[in-house]
Design a protein around this ligand. Structure first.
Ligand SMILES: [Zn+2]
Length: 228
């Protein structure tokens, strides 16, 4: 029940859903069922605030519940998404290869001073986060993701496996830094990185599991170790 409450709605949900449905060709990518009344959206990193399309996968409700119960493990979901994305790229490539840009095109422009540019289909990597925020720095952004994951893992010890509300801690951090609902923690200014890191370190160190492990135990890699 708390799960639903903390779930942020996906911006442009219909458009994203349509794109995801195209990606799986309206067939559940896990069980190949094409007779699915309503496909469900799963957040691959289990962070419901991360609504980037690469973090979402559409699947049937049965397979979705299998993920929830860890009958399908996260790494399998990752692999599936990657293969769907590769399949998409292959489609683009086969279209590209079907069009012959050579010979005749070159002949046609002989003697022409106008520079004709043939644009190749390239995957355009959209810059998701502007310069100056944590998301712009991949290593720092990944480190924050790593720490949040570590916190949730430690919390899992306290409340039991499957009982951790993965959205809650990220939502708490967002609230702490007054980040609006349409933005993510990674929109936080890079100047706040150290402060955020120290705060999450502190929160991990204050968990029951950290206390049990004792002060000498390293509960996470420091940023320098992580980055190298
Ligand atoms: Zn399925």
């Amino acid at each position: 029940m708390t799960d639903k409450k903390n779930r942020t709605s996906i911006p442009k949900a219909n458009k994203i859903r349509a794109e995801l449905q195209k990606e799986i060709s309206s067939i559940c990518p896990f069980c190949d069922n094409s007779d699915v009344g309503h496909f469900e959206i799963h957040h691959i990193d289990e962070n419901p605030a991360n609504n980037e399309i690469d973090n979402l996968i559409l699947l049937c409700p049965i397979c979705h519940s299998k993920i929830t119960k860890a009958d399908i493990v996260q790494i399998e979901v990752f692999k599936k998404k990657i293969s769907l994305l590769q399949h998409k790229d292959n489609k683009i490539n086969s279209i590209k290869n079907a069009v012959n840009f050579n010979s005749k095109v070159d002949n046609a422009i002989v003697g022409d001073n106008i520079n004709i540019a043939i644009s190749h289909t390239k995957k355009i990597v959209k810059q998701k986060y502007p310069e100056g925020c944590i998301g712009f720095d991949t290593v720092k952004a990944n480190y924050i993701g790593y720490l949040i994951k570590r916190y949730n893992e430690y919390k899992e010890y306290e409340v039991g496996k499957g009982q951790v509300n993965y959205a809650a801690f990220s939502a708490h951090l967002k609230k702490l830094y007054k980040i609006g609902p349409t933005r993510t923690l990674y929109n936080l200014q890079i100047e706040k990185f150290d402060e955020l890191v120290n705060y999450i370190h502190l929160r991990i160190d204050k968990t029951k599991l950290a206390k049990i492990k004792g002060q000498g135990h390293k509960n996470y890699s420091c940023f320098l170790d992580y980055a190298t």
